[in-house]
Design a protein around this ligand. Structure first.
Ligand code: NAP
Length: 312
């Protein structure tokens, strides 16, 4: 194991709007932040087609394009970005240790912005079709299903977005939701519901996936009210039932809630003084690019003030 030289003021773990905004503020505060952006830097917005609700982009902007711009802006002020995953951290003593591919880096403060990842349904037959017919990312895999019939599972904004996006390729999109109340915003629900290629089936859950020699061929849906079943044909399926926070690398060293979301103790500081957290890894309520960016800004300001107090 290589011990990297010197102690940084701030290491930021994770990219996305929270991480890049924290990086921008920390860099402008002359704290020379180092970011481990992850192998897939940019986070979930790298998988998003159009962002229409981030102020300042009246015509909308693609997710990957926006992440590139946020990164470029932070780098202009001196954020150092490594596109690597953090394997583990030691937060028991200061400076904190952050281990990446066998090398250990030290910092007086750490900001965790690792976000969240998609939840899979876990229905029978799913494992065998993952990455073949069943996906959690329409932006990544939608184009494989030209003129084919696909289903989308979920009732939130992600499901509406995926279903609407898939109409570019698929001949038919069936949106399957387990009840008749939708978490999705009205505008996104209305857009999906009005699309001629989209059929919405409520009170349906996927019980198991069906396959043949070519891959996914359909699903058995069950009505949770009375257990009645129906079969639906599809060669592609997109699961959009939410996300879980990415905190495994913390190995329980920071207090989280039961679902693994990091808890703030004082402003954006976690249960470990000197460790801050921002974005979807904390947020169980808003989960928007703009709120993540705002929280990234708060975390950088909190870290800067906390570091200043330590050096007094
Ligand atoms: P979400 O709002 O939590 O919705 C998850 C959906 O999946 C719910 O309809 C839920 O059903 C369903 N679900 C959960 N577990 C299930 C299971 N085991 N089987 C079947 N269905 C299940 O998640 P999201 O859609 O990923 O959105 C997350 C956040 O990101 C939201 O704040 C959303 O506004 C935001 N977002 C915004 C945009 C945008 O504005 N462009 C796009 C995407 C996401 P129940 O309702 O029955 O629990």
């Amino acid at each position: 194991m290589v011990e990297s030289e010197g102690v940084r003021e701030i290491i930021i773990v994770g990219s996305g709007p929270a991480g890049y905004t924290a990086g921008l503020y920390a860099a402008r505060a002359m704290l020379k932040p180092l970011m481990f952006a992850g192998y897939m830097s940019g986070g979930q917005l790298m998988l998003t087609s159009d962002i229409e609700n981030f102020p300042g982009y009246p015509k909308g902007i693609g997710g990957p394009e926006m992440m590139m711009e946020l990164r470029e802006q932070a780098e202009r002020f001196g954020l150092e970005v490594h596109d690597k995953n953090v394997d583990s951290v030691d937060l028991s003593t200061r400076p904190f240790a952050v281990t990446v591919e066998g090398d250990t880096y030290h910092a007086n403060a750490v900001i965790v912005c690792t976000g969240a990842e998609s939840i899979w349904l876990g229905a029978e037959g799913e494992e065998a079709q993952k990455g073949r017919g069943i996906s959690t990312c329409a932006t990544c895999d939608g184009a494989f299903f030209r003129e084919e019939e696909v289903i989308v599972v979920g009732g939130g904004d992600s499901a509406m977005e995926e279903a609407t996006f898939l109409t570019r390729f698929a001949s038919k999109v069936t949106l399957v939701h387990r009840r008749d109340v939708f978490r999705a915003s009205q505008v996104m629900y209305d857009r999906a519901a009005a699309h001629p290629k989209i059929e919405i089936k409520t009170f349906r859950q996927v019980e198991r996936w069906l396959s043949d020699e070519k891959g996914l061929s359909g699903a058995v849906l069950v009505d949770p009210r009375d257990g009645t079943k129906e079969e639906i044909a599809c060669t592609g399926a997109f699961i959009a039932i939410g996300h879980k926070p990415i905190t495994a690398f913390l190995d329980g060293q920071i207090q989280t809630d039961d679902e693994g979301y990091i808890l703030h103790h004082e402003h954006t500081m976690t249960s470990v003084p000197g460790v801050f957290a921002a974005g979807d890894v904390v947020d169980t309520r808003y989960r928007q690019a703009i709120t993540a960016a705002g929280m990234g800004c708060q975390a950088a300001i909190d870290a800067e003030r906390w570091l200043e107090a330590q050096h007094d």
